[in-house]
Design a protein around this ligand. Sequence first.
Ligand code: SF4
Length: 235
Amino acid sequence: MALAPSAASSSSIFSYQDYLEGLSTRSFDAIFEIDAEPFIGEVPVIEVGADVWREVERRLYRALKPTQIATFADACNDCGNCDVYCPEDGGPHIEKPRFFGTVEAWRRASPLTGFVLTKQEDAVVLRGRMAEGEFILSHRPGSADALLDTPSATMAIDWSSHEVLSARRRESRIPSHESRIPDSESPPSTTRGEALSSSKGRAIVDLSVYMTLRILLGALLRAHRVNFANAAVVE
Ligand code: SF4
């Protein structure tokens, strides 16, 4: 459970900001801070066929605050104390990224949104359930790319530039760099998140979900902040 802010002395009130500033870099608490790399830029929307793919649109993505609040669901009892002291609308336990300690706990909580970080062999794996569906981002530390699994497509994405390197429908076995369709072909209309274009049997993937996972994964891998969500991976 998170420590609830309380009166620190008769002359000063311990504010929510004081509480956040007092969070240690090793915070085994239900509410903790992560240091995220700010990002503002366009992310692609990709149309993925069996063995072909193309970029159909770019959308603005903004994540400006370098320090973010997150919650550890396994230690949170939804008491709402943090909501009382939070200066923003909406309680942190509801509005902020929610992390789980195990894949089993993350699955049990469905359809609640949330994330779980694990290590599989030499790769770090962040699973995320969001409004758009369930996604998995895997990365081998030191490698130049990451793999994004969506409900209907798998794609390799450059770890630094966030450009798509290859993409394929999940049932296709051959991701190919040469399979990109020329951009001159007219793109289909798209919606946010992921949707199937049933007439063509193709998936539309908005890489905004990738950016959310990428920013969170990058933050969790910063070993100077250790918490319930990343301790098993970074320590
Ligand atoms: S609702 Fe907020 S204060 Fe209550 S246990 Fe969860 S994180 Fe802590």
